[in-house]
Design a protein. Structure first.
Length: 95
C-alpha cells in the first residue's frame, strides 16, 4: 500500500476558514482537484493528504498564499486561486 503524505495547517480564525473554503467548499474542491489531494477540517486544523509529496506541498503553498490574501483583507476568488495554483505548480509562486 502506498505511503500517504500529510501536512497540517492551522488558520488563525473561523473567518479564515470560511473565506478559504469559499461557498459550498468550492475553493477547497479546486485545490483538491488540481493537486489530487484531500483537504479536511478537523479540530480547527486543515489536513492535506495525498500520494505525491509535491502535490501536498503545492496544495499547502496555495492555502498559505490564499491565507496571506485573506489577512491583507483581499478576497479569494476562482481567478486568483487558479492563478496562484498555476504559479505554484510552475515554481513561480514568488513572482
Amino acid at each position: 500500500m502506498p505511503q500517504m503524505n500529510t501536512r497540517t495547517i492551522t488558520p488563525d480564525s473561523m473567518e479564515d476558514y470560511m473565506s478559504l473554503f469559499g461557498m459550498n467548499d468550492m475553493f477547497m474542491g479546486m485545490i483538491e482537484d488540481t493537486f489530487s489531494v484531500s483537504v479536511n477540517l478537523r479540530n480547527n486544523e486543515l489536513t492535506v493528504t495525498g500520494l505525491v509529496p509535491d502535490s501536498v506541498d503545492h496544495a499547502c503553498k496555495t492555502i498559505d498564499h490564499a491565507l496571506q490574501l485573506i489577512h491583507r483583507h483581499d478576497t479569494v476568488d476562482r481567478i486568483k486561486l487558479r492563478y496562484m495554483m498555476d504559479m505554484i505548480r510552475e515554481g513561480r509562486e514568488d513572482e
